[in-house]
Design a protein around this ligand. Structure first.
Ligand SMILES: [Zn+2]
Ligand SMILES: [Zn+2]
Length: 377
């Protein structure tokens, strides 16, 4: 395939992937289609214990090893984009642009395959399942396939930028994502006799207010971070003070130190507030991915390569959403790049859309990162 055929092919594939979104860990048809697309181009797919998603390989089979990573899952959203190629699956949508990621990295695989004999190392192309649900990146890491990889590059659609613009910055571009639940145990009583019980709703209310002091009073004001309590339940009628109350929320921040401190303060405040009213609190913590961490030297490299490719580069904004590319970066240096896909409502919005014209430049850029990284290792 020449470049023009490749760009036509990945545009057609993008429409297909957009029409057929699948949820995290259910990306069966997506994986099957990808396998066929890769096999038709003579690209090797590795035999790994992954139920969905896959890793392909192009190059010499020897060091140095570079990885290009994309994610392949959609979201439980009813599409309202009005596009001619809108989702054919009710209640499911590629609303984060992972269909774009698949098609762009597929394009990189084709471009690299076309000059495989010139490659001075091996490129792993990771089509990762379940970015939107916990653990997709970990499933790929657990196979051990990336143990010798020296640098990894990932991309994400961005509705902030026009086609031809990349957002790149050193350090964190997305936040650590933790979830917590708290149950406040009190003592149920008649609403007319609060003195005979311990009110768990007062404990929860007090905690919700106190928790907002963590970011404003305990964290360096120059550090982005947040605590959001998003779901609260207690009681079932108007004249009974219930036995317990329950709530859940999330913590986002950019450094490991802040992450540790916010967790510690949430425990202290929940337990302290509960104790001050005579009850007790029971907490459960669910740690998600850490913040992404673009290494400075590879970030400079990624910016240089973008400029050589005549793409515009702007500093990516810091975003307190999460991204499980961060798990790879705990082990492997690398860069997570935002790719301008044209102005659109935000990712995860039912009207989110990307401009397919960004596919060619993204595919070419990712392939070029791999080729030029070899020259650097
Ligand atoms: Zn998303
Ligand atoms: Zn995403």
């Amino acid at each position: 395939m020449n470049e023009q055929d490749i760009f036509q092919k990945i545009t057609d594939e993008f429409y297909w992937f957009h029409r057929h979104p699948e949820l995290s860990y259910e990306e069966v048809e997506t994986t099957k289609r990808l396998r066929e697309d890769l096999a038709a181009a003579g690209i090797e797919v590795l035999d790994l214990p992954l139920k969905t998603g896959l890793v392909a390989k192009v190059g010499t089979g020897e060091a140095p090893f570079i990885a290009l990573r994309c994610d392949i899952d959609g979201l439980p959203i009813q599409e309202e984009s009005g596009l001619a190629y809108a989702s054919e699956h009710a209640g499911r949508m590629h609303a984060c642009g992972h269909d774009f990621h698949i098609s762009a990295v597929l394009g990189s695989a084709y471009l690299l395959k076309a000059k495989e004999r010139e490659l001075r190392g091996t490129v792993y192309l990771i089509f990762q399942p379940a970015e939107e649900a916990p653990g997709g990146a970990c499933k790929v890491m657990e196979t051990g396939v990336l143990k010798d990889v020296q640098a990894i590059f990932g991309l994400h659609t961005s509705p902030l930028y026009d086609v031809g613009t990349l957002g790149i910055r050193s350090g964190a571009v997305t936040a650590s994502v933790d979830k917590f639940t708290v149950t406040f145990h009190g003592k149920g009583t008649h609403a007319a006799h609060p003195e005979r019980g311990i009110d768990p709703i007062v404990m929860a209310a007090s905690f919700v207010t106190a928790a907002q002091s963590i970011v404003s009073r305990n964290i360096d004001p120059a550090h982005p971070g947040l605590v959001s309590i998003t779901h609260i339940e207690s009681g079932n009628t108007w004249n009974v003070i219930p036995e317990s109350s329950w709530l859940e929320g999330t913590v986002r921040c950019l450094t490991a130190e802040d992450r540790k401190l916010i967790k510690k303060r949430i425990y202290e405040l929940a337990e302290g507030q509960a104790a001050s009213f005579g009850g007790h609190a029971e907490l459960t913590w669910y740690a998600g991915p850490p913040a992404t961490d673009n290494t400075p030297d590879w970030t400079d490299f990624a910016i240089e390569v973008a400029k050589e490719a005549e793409l515009d580069v702007v500093p990516a904004p810091v975003n307190l959403a999460g991204e499980d590319f961060a798990y790879y970066q705990e082990e492997i240096p690398g860069v997570f790049v935002l790719v301008g896909t044209g102005k659109s409502p935000a990712n995860h919005n039912p009207k989110f859309h990307v401009d397919p014209a960004a596919l060619g430049p993204a595919a070419r850029y990712m392939a070029r990162l791999a080729v030029e990284a070899f020259a650097r290792l």
